[in-house]
Write a protein that binds this ligand. Structure first.
Ligand SMILES: C[S@@+](CC[C@H](N)C(=O)[O-])C[C@H]1O[C@@H](n2cnc3c(N)ncnc32)[C@H](O)[C@@H]1O
Length: 241
């Protein structure tokens, strides 16, 4: 492998791991790992990254820089729900395919919200579910848009891959193991709090405060009630010809 392209995993908190940096630990130093995101403000400074990891400001919906085309063996993208418009990931897929060498692979990881399920411990069997209302507030950005968590494109990704000429399409969809649910919940709450300040507060309609109130109530039941969703990964190969 000479080059690999990855969309950067952002570091929401001290315990969140950085996907690219993790990956660099497992690959030989000769593997070049490039991270792309439209916003690099949550990345570590370039000079603190491993020498074979680089990050680039790239919009996955715009034409990609010429020098990146057909350079990569593997392109991985994950958690791009909000960048997919009209329930249609095809424009992003077509763009990312341009990065692949013939025979290269694309991998896309998303949460499968169609399997969203509240999980309670015995002690939490009567605990109020504030998570479903939080998902509604976040998913609709405070009631200003259709709920993106209801979009069904992630479970249709295999068909999108095939429609765009990819072969050897394979799917893996499995829930989080129970012991990871509290950490998954913490990450979701931190991301929701970030959304409450950055996206909901500017609307000045009280949804930011409502969001933080729900987060506070959910956190009080952190060891009694959580949610699970499928962790969906779809891979496909660009044909050699
Ligand atoms: C939920 S975060 C996921 C980040 C990272 N992939 C991960 O797994 O932790 C969604 C990311 O998509 C980025 N993003 C949104 N629209 C984009 C676009 N048009 N092009 C590139 N990145 C975009 C955001 O800046 C954000 O970092």
């Amino acid at each position: 492998m000479e080059h690999e392209a990855y969309i950067l995993r952002r570091n929401f908190s001290a315990n969140a791991r950085i996907w690219l940096v993790d990956l660099a630990r497992y690959l030989p130093p000769s593997a070049q790992i490039d991270g792309f995101d439209i916003d690099l403000t949550q990345c570590p400074p370039r000079e603190w990254l491993p020498s074979n990891v680089a990050v680039h400001k790239v919009d996955c919906l715009s034409p990609l820089p010429e020098h990146l085309l057909e350079q990569y063996d593997i392109v991985h993208i994950q958690l791009f729900h909000l960048a997919v418009h009209n329930n249609d990931p095809a424009p992003i897929i077509r763009n990312l395919l341009g990065l692949l060498k013939p025979g290269g692979w694309i991998s896309w990881g998303e949460m499968d919200y169609s399997t969203f399920k509240i999980i309670r411990t015995e002690e939490g069997k009567d605990a109020e579910d504030y998570l479903t209302p939080l998902l509604e507030v976040i998913g609709t950005l405070g009631g200003t848009r259709p709920n993106w968590t209801a979009d069904d494109w992630p479970i249709r990704l295999p068909q999108f891959f095939e429609d765009n000429g990819l072969t050897n399409v394979a799917v893996n969809n499995r829930p989080f193991p129970l012991e990871l649910l509290p950490f998954q919940l913490d990450t979701a709450l931190m991301a929701s709090e970030e959304v409450s300040y950055k996206a909901l507060d500017p609307m000045r309609n009280g949804t930011g405060d409502r969001c933080r109130d729900l987060i506070f109530k959910i956190f009080q039941n952190r060891q009694k009630l959580a949610y699970n969703v499928g962790r969906l990964t779809v891979v496909g190969q660009r044909p050699l010809q």
